[in-house]
Each structure stands twice: as C-alpha cells, then as structure tokens.
Design a protein around this ligand. Structure first.
Ligand code: ADE
Length: 253
C-alpha cells in the first residue's frame, strides 16, 4: 500500500513514519509513504500558497491552484479510481471499520489542509472522501493523516509480526480489549488473575471474553448495545454458564 500525502509540511509526515512498526513496515516494502510538498507546485512568484478569504474573516486559506496541480501530478501516475481523502473535522468520523475498508486499497492520496483550510473549488475537483479523526480542531491535517496511516498500515498482512494481534484488538469485533498481564506474577502485592496461569485455553478465552464484555458495558455502553443486539444468543449462553459456575462456587474472581 502506498500513501501519497499532499502537505505543506512533508517533514512532519516523514518524521511520523520513521519509528517503530511503521519504519519496519516501510523497510520491508509492505507500506510506502510519499510526502509531496504542495508548495513545490505554486505558480505564485513569491512561492505563496495561501491568501485571505473572500468575504472577510480571520486567517489564511490554501489557494486552489497549488493544491490542484500537486494532486494532478500525483494522480497522473496512479489508477483512475484512486481515492483522495481530505482530512477535515467536517468529514465522517474515523473508525476501525473505515480503517479496514481503506486497507484494501493499493494507493491512497491523503490531502492535508493547514491554516483555515483549502479553497472549496479545489476540494470539489479532487476529493472523494472526507475523514475526521474526532470532534476537535487541530492546526492541520498532518497529524490526522498520520493517525490514518498508522491505523490502516497495521491491518496490512505482515505489518504486525504477530498476525493475530490485529484480530484480538479493541474494536476488531466491536468490543474493547480484555486486560493483559506480563511478568512478574506478583507486582506490588497484586497477583495476575489465576485463570491466566492455568494453561486451560478454553477457560482463558472465556474469561477474556467476559472481561471484554464487562469493560465494554461499563466504559462504552454504546458499543455494548450494538454488540448485544448482534450476539444476544451468545450472551444468553454465557450468562447460563456463569450461573452454573456461580452455583458451583467456581466463578472467576
Ligand atoms: N484537521 C483539523 N482538525 C481535524 C480533525 N479533527 N480531523 C481531521 N482533520 C483535521
């Protein structure tokens, strides 16, 4: 998968993908991130890319010409159906589901605005998707682009060494992740839940699902309600099993 990022701050993008798992994925040729400087495409003689907004108002707007020309240059080398995602607080809110959908693409063009945004006429010409990373306003689209690149890249086969870890993550099945523990077995007087040391994989899986359900119900009742609507039979079965364990005095601590 290749991300082509149109930005006024290419160093921010380069820096953001130069560590840890993203750096490894790039070195392995699984993901490539090409930052394109929109400023390189301006025809304004002083190299300006922004200007005042018509109708008044504070702040500067990125002009249509350099954005459009930068996009044309990138798009010319890509298949016609390549999507162009504009990062904006006005877009649909980014979710794991959208990340999974985007992970199927071979190429993605990401457009980062800065200042007050981008002249609407350029957006109308080039943008296929608008994505927000949450209901708050940042100074530019570079951090949201990095968030999207990270979330999408880790779903590409081979990027995470332990392939199953993307599958057991929070949100992957609509639930938050269960708590996890590593050595030592006792830390500051707190012991790891004994079931995790039992070696009984079926019971460990059941315990983890129970913890996921408990956490989701408590912290994200909205997600829990969605999950319950789809998995009511399974929840009923689990409740029956829990009652049996309780009757035997064997419920999980
Ligand atoms: N640009 C500024 N704020 C943003 C946000 N919350 N999401 C996506 N792009 C943005």
């Amino acid at each position: 998968m290749v991300f082509h990022v149109l930005t006024l701050f290419p160093e921010m993008i380069a820096e953001g993908v130069s560590n840890s798992i993203m750096a490894r994925a790039r070195a392995a040729g699984l993901v490539d991130v090409k930052a394109v400087n929109i400023r390189d495409y301006t025809l304004e003689k002083h190299g300006r890319v922004d200007d005042y907004t018509y109708g008044g108002g504070a702040g500067l707007l990125m002009a249509a010409q350099p954005v459009y020309d930068a996009h044309c240059a990138v798009k010319a080398a890509l298949p016609e159906n390549t999507r162009t995602v504009y990062l904006t607080p006005q877009g649909r809110t980014f979710t794991q589901e959208i990340a999974a959908e985007l992970a199927k693409e071979e190429n993605l063009i990401l457009l980062c605005g800065h200042y007050e945004g981008i002249d609407e006429r350029a957006l109308e010409e080039i943008v296929t998707d608008e994505i927000s990373i949450g209901d708050y306003v940042l100074t530019g689209g570079e951090l949201p682009a990095l968030v999207l690149i990270d979330a999408v890249s880790r779903l590409i086969p081979g990027v995470l060494h332990n392939e199953s870890s993307a599958e057991t993550d929070s949100f992957q099945d609509g639930l938050l992740e269960y708590p996890q523990y590593t050595r030592p077995e006792v830390w500051r007087g707190k012991a790891v839940p004994p079931i995790l040391l039992s070696g009984d994989h079926a019971r460990v899986d059941e315990w983890r699902l129970l913890k996921s359900l408990e956490r989701t119900a408590k912290r994200r009742p909205d997600l829990y309600a969605q999950y319950a609507a789809l998995h009511q039979k399974e929840l009923d079965k689990m409740e029956k099993r829990r009652k049996k364990r309780e009757a035997r005095g064997q419920d999980y601590p």
